[in-house]
Structures are given as C-alpha cells and as structure tokens.
Design a protein around this ligand. Structure first.
Ligand code: ZN
Ligand code: ZN
Length: 205
C-alpha cells in the first residue's frame, strides 16, 4: 500500500513522504470515524496516549456528539487512573510514568517511519523519485539520507534538493531585480510565487 502511494506521489510536485503520510492518516481517521470512536480496543489504545495535540483535536472534533461515546469510556479510565494516583505512596514516580503523547501523532510517526524505510529499501523507488517532479521537504530529505545505505543515491538526492533550491533562489533574485525602480520589467507570477516553493521545502505540507 505504502509503496503504491509513494509511486503515485512521485507524480506530484510535492513531498512524496508528506503526501503518503497524509493519505494514510486520512485512512486512519476514516476508520476511527467509522468504528473506532466507540470500539473498546481503540479507545483503550487512545487512553494509553491520550494527551491529544491541537492538530489532531481539530480533526476528531468533526465527530461532534459521537465523541460522547469515546469520552464516556475515556473519562472512566482517567478517573480510575487519577484515583490510583490519589491512593499511591510513590506519587512523584507514578506521575512521571504517565504518558503524555498523542495517539494520533504516534500513528503519524509510525506511518512516516514506515514510508521512509520502504522507500530507502528499494533502489527502484529511489530512482523513480530522483527522476520525478516531486521533491522531499527538508525534514524528509534528512530522514531519507539517514536511512539510505547507498552513498551514490544519497548524493543524488542531495543534488536534487540543491538544484531545486538554486532554482527557487534564482527566481527570488529575478523578482528583486524586477521590482527595483530602475527595472522596466515586471516580475512574472513564477517569480512572485517563488517563496511558495521555498516554503514547500522548509515546511511539511
Ligand atoms: Zn515531507
Ligand atoms: Zn497529535
């Protein structure tokens, strides 16, 4: 599945890892919204990492009052855990042991790691990336470089990032030359929007 998603993402002018993670997370939320919100095992998994981050809070809020099913059980589990804390003698130690991660962030990281590993294990996939219009964002460039064993392919990935950034930089320079009062030319739309391509590299989707 991830292999297929990566191949499809290479066709787009975006980071294929970001795109793959996004599609897989949509799938995860689709499943959560279909069944997971009232299913004991998934609520239990949610309870184990239940400091829900802002980004994922926004995503699950779409479930509206269906969330009463989730939080009825989650609140019960939490009350039990907090009562356990009230009664314990090793208070600080127990408090420290309570997990503060977001269940959905953990899933996102798992998918991301899996996508990077799948890509790096396949020479064919890496070569398809190199010859594609897609471009890894900075974070995924470095995750891939860390995980890839073939030094030549690593160099080629780096060169692809360099030439992408050189092109962005060149357009920004042209933009500034053209907005100079001495210039008779106006910046093109491509030059005006060069910052968008820079943001694409420095930020995730
Ligand atoms: Zn990315
Ligand atoms: Zn999260």
């Amino acid at each position: 599945m991830v292999e297929y998603l990566l191949k499809e993402s290479f066709k787009k002018n975006l980071c294929p890892i970001c795109l793959t993670v996004e599609i897989e997370m949509d799938e995860f939320f689709f499943w959560f919204e279909r069944e997971g919100y009232h299913e004991y095992s998934s609520i239990k998994a949610l309870f184990e990492h239940s400091c829900i981050c802002k980004k994922h809070r926004e995503q699950i809020l779409g479930l509206k009052e269906k969330l009463n099913n989730t939080f009825e059980l989650l609140a019960e589990m939490e009350i039990k855990e907090l009562n356990g804390l009230v009664e314990t003698k090793r208070f600080k130690r127990k408090v420290r042991e309570i997990n503060r991660d977001c269940r959905f962030c953990i899933e996102e990281k798992r998918i991301e790691k899996h996508a990077v590993e799948t890509l790096c294990k396949s020479k064919e996939l890496v070569e398809s990336y190199i010859n594609s219009p897609s471009i890894f964002c900075k974070k995924h460039t470095f995750m891939v470089l860390e995980s890839i064993d073939n030094p030549e392919l690593a160099q080629t990935i780096l060169k692809k990032a360099i030439s992408y950034l050189e092109n962005v930089h060149e357009r920004i320079e042209k933009y500034f030359n053209k907005i100079d009062y001495r210039s008779s030319e106006k910046p093109t739309r491509e030059e005006q929007n060069a910052y968008l391509n820079a943001v694409k590299f420095f930020s995730n989707l």
